[in-house]
Design a protein around this ligand. Structure first.
Ligand code: ATP
Ligand code: MG
Length: 464
């Protein structure tokens, strides 16, 4: 339906073929984006910049999303004005970034990212001196691209044609230098320029191809998809933090399941992204990891908050659980085994794709609370209910149960127990067969080896 709508609206616009330096301009009668679809901040920013004699457009993902009839996440502005000029025009603004300066302009709670038109860096440039060649690593990855340029050049340096559209909220025109509209109508994701070169410049574009095609329901153009298999190893050279950020964007895109499918189609998940690879392929916990991705997609669709730590904990659970049981089988007591397994899983993960440490505490808490759902006697269930992380840990347990990774009957018991009256709860309690309270060691007494980790580490799984 959308396809026929946009082809009807845009179909008549392209009187002239797009040329890299000459745009096709779609007037307000040729498309359905109106200025009131643009956030107040982005609109005002463009108006103010234009009033001061500059050109200024909403650019990138927002224009693409509006053409597709989707609500954009945020609105970025591209302008001919230099960062210093932008800064001096807006009282509430600040210049950020060292490598390439952009300006954040604040309007109430909204922050509009304003960037000056930039040129696409290429070493094919005969003028390129040694300094410029230093801007690429040995694989062709661009390390610095700090060159201002024209609007046409700013279109060329973007990744996909559908991401290179400009919208002028004053004249209500769409400016298209790269056939972006045509590709959107055809539902195609097409790389600007030579795809292999563009992946070498920035290997993250391979992941963006997977994410954007999944999110927007676009087919990756065969020429754009073709070099990926051969170049996927280049993702190994991308700084960990950038890689993690992109993976998190995928997981929290609202289309995580579709993204994973695209990654598999492009063979991008194997080896390079062990976080997804191992967790989804593990026979025992793979269905749970997939269920967690799906639950995250569903929550985002319902505008409910989602926690990255929850999802990461779910993706790593397979490894934690396997190691936990291995250690138990070797005769280590259960709780210290779980502690060791958690540390091992996080250490192993850090060797491939480091999850920032800020997520550790929540992930560990979710894991440590899991065995406590099995204890349904005495005062234990009441203490678990009072735990500040109970809700998330219960959701985790319930998802595990739904995916066959924990007893469903126990998940149902907890569902009932939470809402039951005091009397009902007492009736529901089972014989107290949980781990017994540890006897206090006598001062100076010898510690038995099976006691495992430090007392505070043992606490959450045992009877605290
Ligand atoms: P999303 O909807 O997820 O925000 P997006 O396309 O807007 O998708 P951003 O990361 O917000 O993605 O990037 C904004 C714009 O910057 C893109 O539309 C694209 O034009 C350009 N861009 C982003 N990343 C790259 C890249 N790696 N190479 C070239 N251009 C890029
Ligand atoms: Mg964006």
């Amino acid at each position: 339906m959308i396809k026929s709508f946009i082809s009807r609206v845009f179909g008549r616009g392209a009187k002239q073929a797009a040329h890299p330096s000459k745009p096709v301009v779609y007037g307000p009668d040729k498309h359905h984006i109106r200025k009131d679809h643009i956030s107040r901040g982005a609109r005002k920013t463009c108006e103010e910049l234009q009033r001061a004699g500059h050109t200024a457009y909403v650019v990138g993902g927002a224009v693409r999303d509006l053409i597709l009839g989707r609500r954009p996440k945020d609105f970025d502005v591209a302008t001919s004005a230099h960062p210093d000029d932008v800064r001096s025009l807006f009282r509430r603004s600040r210049i950020i970034g060292r490598r390439f300066q952009i300006v954040h302009v604040m309007f109430g709670a909204e922050t509009v990212e304003v960037s000056t038109y930039r040129a696409h860096f290429t070493t094919k440039d005969p003028e390129a001196d040694d300094d410029e060649k230093d801007r690429q690593d040995v694989h062709g990855r661009v390390l610095s691209d700090n060159v201002f340029g024209t609007q046409a050049e700013d279109a060329v340096r973007r990744d996909f044609t559908v991401n290179a559209l400009f919208y002028d909220p004053v004249k209500e025109e769409v400016w298209d230098y790269q056939h972006g509209v045509k590709d959107l109508v055809a539902r195609k994701l097409v790389m600007i320029g030579d795809p292999a070169t563009r992946y070498r410049e920035d290997p993250v574009r391979m992941l963006r191809a997977a994410r954007l095609s999944a999110k927007l329901g676009l087919t990756i153009d065969p020429k754009t998809a073709a070099p990926i298999r051969e170049l996927r190893h280049l993702l190994e050279n991308v700084p960990q933090a950038r890689l993690f950020e992109e993976i998190l964007k995928m997981l929290l895109s609202g289309n995580a399941v579709a993204c994973v499918q695209r990654l598999r189609d492009l063979e991008l998940h194997h080896g390079l992204l062990p976080l997804l690879d191992d967790s989804l392929e593990d026979a025992a916990t793979g269905p749970f990891a997939m269920a967690a991705l799906k639950a995250t997609d569903d929550r985002l669709r319902e505008d409910k908050p989602v926690s990255p730590a929850f999802l990461l904990a779910a993706l790593l659970w397979g490894r934690v659980e396997r190691r936990w049981h291995e250690l138990e089988e070797k005769g280590q007591p259960s709780t210290p085994s779980l502690h060791s397994a958690m540390h091992d899983a996080l250490d192993a993960q850090r060797e491939s794709l480091a999850i920032p440490r800020r997520f550790d505490a929540t992930m560990k808490e979710l894991w440590l609370l899991q065995p406590r759902f099995l204890q349904r006697g005495g005062t234990r269930p009441f203490r678990l209910l009072e735990h500040p992380r109970f809700r998330a840990a219960y959701d985790f347990f319930e998802l595990r149960a739904q995916a066959g990774n924990a007893p469903l009957e126990i998940a149902h018991w907890w569902e009932k127990f939470q809402d039951a009256s005091g009397e009902e709860r007492s009736r529901m309690l089972q014989a107290d067969d949980g781990p017994k309270k540890k006897k206090r060691r006598r001062r100076g007494g010898k510690r038995r080896p099976e006691d495992g980790g430090s007392p505070e580490e043992v606490a959450p799984g045992a009877d605290e």
